[in-house]
Each structure stands twice: as structure tokens, then as C-alpha cells.
Design a protein around this ligand. Structure first.
Ligand SMILES: [Fe+2]
Ligand SMILES: [Fe+2]
Length: 407
């Protein structure tokens, strides 16, 4: 007989006693073999620990158990800011455990070792608080986005914009056209026959969808140009693309969400952090040194160095680039601590970012998982049981989509 913490319970263990709730309700009888389902029920009822008779009737083997326990310890630590008895968190806990077992849980460092100082425009004395808005208008000279970006943006804002018009603008850039067609022909869009014309793509998918994709690819390409060794860009974009796909997948289940808008909001939500990191690497390293196990998050510390966090700064960038206000708002609020139910699309991007962080797809920079804001979750009105299939769908689509966007 052994008393163990509920988070260390694994399928196949045998109960050594009857388990009753605080109210006296019998949940399971002695000698019950526990599967994932029973373990989930025990967690949902807030049972903190149980007594087990033996590891398993079938003896699962001693080699796998230490690994399982290490995985659980890791996931327990990862979820320490969240309430494990909450049904949403509980399901995510199991998804993470499963992903960890399949080596799908990505733990890598966004920050490389190369810390040499490079004189980049707009870089001030390290540690001084920057007026980032002033810098954005003044000395922070990011290379201009290609003119094709402004052309697509301008065209798509017109109510009369046609697929033909977008196709003719995009086709001026052969590399953009090729990437766009590759993405459209990926399994994600599910065309049975190969799409070879942009005009047909715009007809089949809609002008807005094709334009959003073209704008997204242009921004990603633009940041490829200013990447450096300090950042694991692949990991960063995997996080961002996964957030975009998650947002669009959730959007398909929630009425009143425009899937393309949340896709672009998800794709660009951390763009402000990318600029902080590439333009002010030393300030960012300073912030990181202040993090060390304090239970702080980078987005809470960023204003100490930059006067605002990367979400607010990212929305300034997209405003500068003339993205619609609705997209800028999605970026602006993706780390908010909502006291009331947020607007639906804001909730979709917030939840998508949290889910992708929680399940370790790519890496955005935060080394701890913040507490899930339950107002954002409630705003979606989707059952927690959908999460498993949503994340499976995301997993299937991320690898291919990220390749098209980033490689
Ligand atoms: Fe973020
Ligand atoms: Fe993020």
C-alpha cells in the first residue's frame, strides 16, 4: 500500500480504499483499476491523494514508470499557476502529458548564446526606459515593408476589391505568389485538385482570405530579413503559426468570429516581442535576468524597459502598417487580465496563445505558463471536451504550414 499524490497516479494503478467526496458521495470502490477516465474524475472532484495497492494488475513494467513520474513532475510544475481541478486545465494537463510522452512538447530557448552588441538603429543605453512610441516615430528605423504590402492592404480595404485585383497585385512578386499557392495547396485547405491560379484561389477561398494570407507571408518574410542568432526564429514562428491555426480552428466552432482575422491576429500576436528582441537584445537579457523563478512573466516586466509590453507595442506596429483596427486590437489584448468577458475575437486569440503555450508548440519567450483567464474561456462558450480534437487538428496542420511560411 502506498499513499500518492493525485498527479502521480497513472492508468493501471489499483485503488487500496473506497474513495468518497467531501460530501460523502462514493466515487470508486476499493480494488478499482484506474484508467485516464477515473483519474480525471478523481481530479475533478478535488481528491488530493489516494492509496494504491500495487502499480498495476498487469504490471506495466518498471522501466517506464520513472519516466512517467518525471513527466508528471514537469507538467505539475508547468501548470503551477493554474487550478488543476478546473475541467479545462484538467484536460490540458492530460494533453500535455501525452505530448510530452510523444516528444512533441517543445522546450527550447528563444534566446541564443550570441550576445555580442550590434549597433542597431534606435538602440539606447541599456536599462533606460524607452519611449517606444517616440522611437517608433523617430529613431527606430525598421526597414520598410515591401511596397506590395501597402498595395494589397489598400486594395483589400476597398469594398469593391475583387479576386482578380488581388491576384494581379500578388502575381507581381513571384516568390510571394509561389508561397501563397503552396499554402493554399497544403492539406490545411483541403483542395482535391491542385490550385494553380491565384485568381481561382481568391474565388474559391474569398478575396479577404487570400489577401490576409499574402499580408501574413509578407510580414513573416520581412522579419526573416532582420533575424539574428540571438533568437530561435523557427521556434518563434512555430508558436505564432500554431496560434494562428488554433485561432482559426476555434473560430470555426464559435459563431460571430471571422476566421481569417483571428488567423492573422494569431500569426502576428507576438510581433512586438520579436522587435524588442532583435532591436534591444541587451535590454531583453536584462529583463530575463530579473525573471529567475520570481513567478513573473516577461510581458509584465517589459514596461520597465520599454514603457509598454510587447502586445501593446505589436499593436502599434500593425497600426503603423495600416492593418485594420480589429486586427491591432487582437494583438493589443492577448495578455490582458480580463475582469469581465472580453470581445469574442479577442478571447479567441488570447485562448489560442495560451493553449499553444500550454501545450509547448514552439516557444514565444515565456518560461512559465500564466494562469488561464477564465473570463476569456467563458466568452468562447465551447465545451472543454472539444480541446482534445482542436489540439490534434492543430498538431496535424502546424508542421506543414510553418514550413510554407518560414522555410
Ligand atoms: Fe505574447
Ligand atoms: Fe505568444
Amino acid at each position: 500500500m502506498e499513499k500518492i499524490n493525485i498527479n502521480a497516479v497513472i492508468p493501471g494503478m489499483i485503488l487500496g480504499h473506497d474513495v468518497v467526496t467531501k460530501e460523502g458521495r462514493l466515487l470508486f470502490q476499493k480494488n478499482q483499476e484506474l484508467s485516464q477516465k477515473e483519474i480525471r474524475t478523481l481530479k475533478m472532484w478535488g481528491i488530493p491523494e489516494i492509496i494504491i495497492v500495487s502499480e498495476s494488475r498487469n504490471d506495466p513494467g518498471t522501466e517506464t514508470r520513472p519516466k512517467d513520474q518525471r513527466a508528471r513532475q514537469f507538467i505539475d510544475h508547468w501548470f503551477r499557476h493554474n487550478d488543476i481541478t478546473n475541467p479545462v486545465i484538467n484536460i490540458l494537463y492530460d494533453i500535455c502529458l501525452d505530448r510530452l510522452g510523444k516528444n512533441l512538447f517543445e522546450i527550447s530557448s528563444l534566446f541564443g548564446k550570441n550576445r555580442e552588441k550590434t549597433a542597431l538603429p534606435g538602440q539606447d543605453k541599456v536599462g533606460a526606459v524607452k519611449d517606444i512610441r517616440r522611437l517608433l516615430n523617430d529613431r527606430l528605423k525598421l526597414p520598410a515593408l515591401p511596397t506590395i504590402f501597402a498595395e494589397i492592404n489598400e486594395a483589400v480595404q476597398k469594398p469593391s476589391c475583387s479576386g482578380k485585383e488581388i491576384a494581379s497585385i500578388v502575381s507581381k512578386d513571384p516568390s510571394l505568389s509561389a508561397t501563397l499557392l503552396k499554402i493554399i495547396n497544403s492539406a490545411y485547405y483541403g483542395f482535391t485538385e491542385k490550385v494553380e491560379s491565384l485568381q481561382f484561389a481568391a474565388m474559391a477561398l474569398g478575396t479577404r482570405q487570400v489577401s490576409s494570407l499574402a499580408l501574413g507571408i509578407t510580414v513573416v518574410n520581412y522579419f526573416k530579413g532582420i533575424s539574428d542568432k540571438r533568437i530561435n526564429m523557427q521556434s518563434f514562428w512555430r508558436h505564432s503559426v500554431a496560434c494562428a491555426i488554433t485561432a482559426k480552428t476555434i473560430g470555426a466552432h464559435v459563431r460571430g468570429v471571422e476566421p481569417e482575422r483571428v488567423f492573422i491576429g494569431g500569426l502576428l500576436h507576438d510581433i512586438g516581442r520579436l522587435v524588442f528582441l532583435t532591436v534591444f537584445p541587451d535590454d531583453y537579457n536584462l529583463l530575463l535576468s530579473k525573471l529567475q523563478g520570481q513567478g513573473n512573466f516577461l510581458y509584465q516586466l517589459e514596461p520597465m524597459s520599454f514603457g509598454c509590453n510587447h502586445a501593446q507595442f505589436g499593436s502599434m506596429l500593425t497600426e503603423t502598417w495600416n492593418f485594420s483596427d480589429k486586427i491591432s486590437k487582437l494583438i493589443h489584448h492577448h495578455h490582458d487580465e480580463f475582469k469581465t468577458l472580453p470581445q469574442l475575437e479577442i478571447a479567441v486569440v488570447y485562448i489560442s496563445n495560451w493553449l499553444v503555450n500550454a501545450t509547448g508548440i514552439g516557444f514565444s519567450g515565456e518560461k512559465e505558463l500564466p494562469a488561464l483567464n477564465m473570463n476569456a474561456w467563458k466568452a468562447l462558450v465551447i465545451p472543454p471536451s472539444l480541446l482534445d480534437s482542436i489540439m490534434k487538428q492543430v498538431d496535424r496542420q502546424v508542421v506543414e504550414t510553418v514550413r510554407f511560411f518560414y522555410e
